[in-house]
Design a protein around this ligand. Structure first.
Ligand code: GLU
Length: 394
């Protein structure tokens, strides 16, 4: 038997966000005092009422297989919450429950992308899109956005990259890592473009409820979007439920049916107990969401203000999500650091602050710091970065 892995697996890399987090974790286990600002994971516990619902589910022996698509009441609750938050009108057959938002992205790409298809991905992009497209045999076509414009996406830039082979455009707003929001006028133009040219828009709305400027917005609410937009959503960030692994997909019935067929052979069903917890999260009181969002807002303001005072650092204030994504290009100019990855490596080695370099997101010259860490960890991390830069400047 050959030891070779499949050609398919050879196309993808280990997730760099997960890798940086694992590295920080390993250092911590060895007793090293690391400030981990790498992975984007809420530091809050899952709300009590959600945990209680899961405990009740276990006690009631809700521990067997569920339908592959998820339990109908949870599918209904997802549609109802999306309608309440964003004004959409999805019905149960247009919804699938998945093992996290990442799984919804994966399902949609596997269901729709054929070998050779082009998938347009605005940069900076979350690490997984590129690899999920490559795994399906698709070709990622990257559209850069400008740091000076706060990484906002313009429909015109997407239009220039559309070809006969375009199968999908992946949107992720609020954006991980930049925190950029999508302008509703640009969203309408993108939907029009997708309808006219016949491609799908996959909207990853993992941070849709973490918006600090204006109202939460879904591209699925744009008139005419229903036939071209697919929503990948997650409970992980909104309700501090990363480990529970519950997300969802919303879209036209036949696409959702394809996702369910795939899921029936991969995960069988999302975790039964976690589905009951998710049901409580979506139907129960929503004040926990607002409370966490206000805390992230405070941290954002504090971290951005401090980063702006640091030499050689440029940063815009993110309109959503929970990351700061400063540019450190000035520190790379004199050749001391060949890349932001090398800079991040030195930051970890010298002052024990873990972050994810911009290369991982297709935006070299930047670093991503997660704001989903305690105030104390953030202040300590910033103190250390300041000390590191002061030493470099000497
Ligand atoms: N989405 C989070 C991040 O970007 C969690 C890690 C991951 O799944 O990539 O850090």
């Amino acid at each position: 038997m050959t030891a070779e892995l499949s050609e398919r697996i050879g196309r993808i890399r280990f997730s760099s966000t997960m890798e940086t987090a694992a590295r920080a974790d390993e250092l911590r286990r060895r007793g090293v005092d690391v400030v981990d600002l790498s992975v984007g994971e809420p530091d809050f516990p899952t709300p009590e009422h959600v945990k209680e619902a899961a405990i009740r589910a276990i006690r009631a022996d809700f521990t067997r297989y569920t339908p592959a698509a998820g339990i109908p009441e949870l599918r209904e609750a997802v549609c109802a919450r999306h309608a309440a938050d964003f004004g959409t009108r999805y019905e149960v057959p247009e919804c699938v429950i998945t093992a996290g938002g990442k799984h919804a992205v994966f399902n949609f790409i596997q269901t729709l992308v054929n070998p050779g298809d082009e998938v347009i991905i605005p940069a900076p992009y979350w690490v997984t899109y590129r690899d999920a497209v490559l795994l399906a045999g698709g070709r990622p076509i990257v559209v850069p956005t400008e740091p000076a414009e706060g990484f906002t996406l313009r429909a015109e830039e997407v239009r220039k990259r559309v070809s006969d082979a375009t199968r999908m455009l992946i949107l992720n707003f609020p954006n991980n890592p930049s925190g950029a929001l999508l302008d509703s006028g640009e969203a309408a133009r993108l939907v029009e473009l997708a309808v006219g040219c016949g491609f799908w828009i996959l909207s990853d709305e993992c941070y849709a409820n973490l918006v600090y400027e204006g109202e939460p917005f879904s591209v699925a609410s744009v008139p005419g979007a229903a036939s071209v937009v697919l929503v990948a959503g997650s409970l992980s960030k909104t309700y501090a439920m990363t480990g529970w692994r519950i997300g969802y997909g919303l879209g036209p019935r036949h696409v959702i049916e394809g996702c369910i067929r795939l899921q029936s052979h991969s995960t069988s069903n999302p975790n039964s107990v976690a589905q009951k917890a998710a049901l409580e999260a979506l139907r129960g009181p929503q004040d926990c969401v607002a409370a966490m969002r206000e805390e992230y807002r405070w941290r954002r303001d504090r971290v951005i203000a401090r980063l702006r005072r640091m030499p050689g650092v440029t940063v815009h204030s993110p309109g959503g999500a929970f990351y700061a994504f400063p540019g450190i290009g000035a520190w790379l100019e004199d050749g001391r650091f060949p890349s932001s990855a090398a800079f991040a490596e030195r930051l970890l080695e010298e002052v024990r602050v873990a972050c994810v370099p911009g290369e991982a997101f297709g935006a070299p010259g930047h670093l991503r710091f997660s704001l989903a860490a305690s105030r104390q960890a953030l202040e300590e991390g910033l103190d250390r970065i300041e000390a590191f830069l002061a030493r470099l400047a000497r």
